[in-house]
Ligand binder design. Structure first.
Ligand SMILES: O=C(O)CCC(=O)C(=O)O
Length: 263
């Protein structure tokens, strides 16, 4: 196998912590955008070590059991180092810049494709999984803690699909499921986005996306911080994050479980 080189890629984030207007425009047009260098080399090293240690201790608690990835949710509530990453003010403020309105944390998750997992995360949208109502477009920051070229499981997006609300939840284990839910999506050109460690993609909750299999001998470590409109209310649907909270349909998701530490 060819060597994967390791030179740094620079940063799209200005000294004021903001990204250029062109990236905001790209996010709004395509429903996703890559932001390079949201973490510096020292942060990458610290958060990668923290993520590896957390994974080692908690792998058995993964919500996903079929080998697509290990999925550990709300790590910010259980690990001080990873909490610092989820609460990173720079990433939260960039998310608000892209969204154009105030956000809260919906939840975070560590998504790890183990070495040679050889399983794609198939095309899906995120928002249909969530018990949300009354909200504007949510978005996720998918942060690479190691270099993630296509062969290690980077993401592929369906540009312009951020307005495709109303589809049923899709099965991310089934290659055809999103395209059965909306056959017109099959013919949209697909954009694959490799990331260097410390880079990030932001994608909206309705943007169709998938992640390639990990065919390398190194784990694909990603930390995902998911942001929702500050005005989001509870729809009553079941979800692992809201099920224990004793909520009533229509409640605002604005308790301490959904902080906005970047504000
Ligand atoms: O990392 C993956 O395998 C999939 C990520 C994803 O679907 C997401 O962050 O919404």
């Amino acid at each position: 196998m060819a060597m994967i080189t390791t030179e740094q890629s620079g940063s799209d984030v200005g000294a004021d912590g903001r990204v250029p207007d062109a990236l905001v425009a790209a996010y709004r047009e395509h429903g996703f955008v890559r932001v390079r260098g949201v973490l510096d080399a020292g942060q990458v090293e610290r958060f990668r070590a923290g993520a590896e240690a957390f994974l080692e201790a908690h792998r058995g608690e993964s919500l996903e059991k079929q080998g697509t990835f290990s999925q550990l949710v709300n790590v910010w509530q259980r690990d001080q180092t990873l909490r610092e990453l989820t609460f990173d003010a720079r990433i939260g403020r960039i998310a608000e810049q892209l969204a154009g309105f105030s956000l809260r944390l919906w939840h975070d998750q560590m998504l790890v494709k183990e070495p040679h997992n050889n399983a794609a995360t198939e095309f899906h949208q995120d928002r249909p999984y969530w018990p949300h109502t009354g909200d504007r477009l949510p978005l996720s920051a998918w942060i690479a803690l190691v270099d993630v070229p296509p062969e290690r499981g980077c993401m592929t997006f369906l540009p312009g699909t951020q307005d495709r609300a109303g589809l049923r939840p899709q099965d991310l284990h089934e290659e055809e499921d999103l395209f059965e839910a909306d056959p017109s999506l099959r013919w949209i050109p697909r954009v694959t986005v490799p990331l260097r460690a410390g880079d990030c993609t932001f994608h909206s909750g309705y943007t169709g996306h998938m992640a390639l299999p990990n065919r390398t001998g190194q784990a694909r470590l990603a930390h995902v911080t998911i942001f929702m409109d500050e005005a989001t209310r509870y729809s009553g649907a079941g979800h692992v994050v809201t099920d224990p909270l004793g909520l009533t349909v229509g409640d605002r998701l604005d308790s301490d479980a959904f902080p906005r530490p970047w504000a």
